[in-house]
Design a protein. Sequence first.
Length: 135
Amino acid sequence: MNILQIEHIGIAVDSLEESIKYYEDVLGLKCYAIEEVVDQKVKTAFFLVGTTKIELLESTSPEGPIGKFIAKKGQGIHHIAFAVENATEALKLAEKRGAVLVDRESRKGAEGLNIGFLHPKSTHGVLTELCSKQK
């Protein structure tokens, strides 16, 4: 697996509106995109910091993964995402190397990326996302 860079850090928030205000007014960053990913029951907002993005995640349903995460752990860092050349192939390789998969194949995520997750029980407690521009 060839990790190209940290693609983004995902942060679960109660309110995109309030969180965007903090990132813009206090940190001086600029939100460049807001997008809803319906099948993941989440609204996202993105900020670019150098070549790495911050992805804010607001649940659109208490039953979605972000809603459940916030109910259990509160707001905060949800995952780290690494850019790879091919997310599906990287998932398969990670599994061969002993990682437990959340996704067996990549699926569509925000910004048109193909994404797949490694389960935190096999990644020392850090939900890990693998992202690629192509399958």
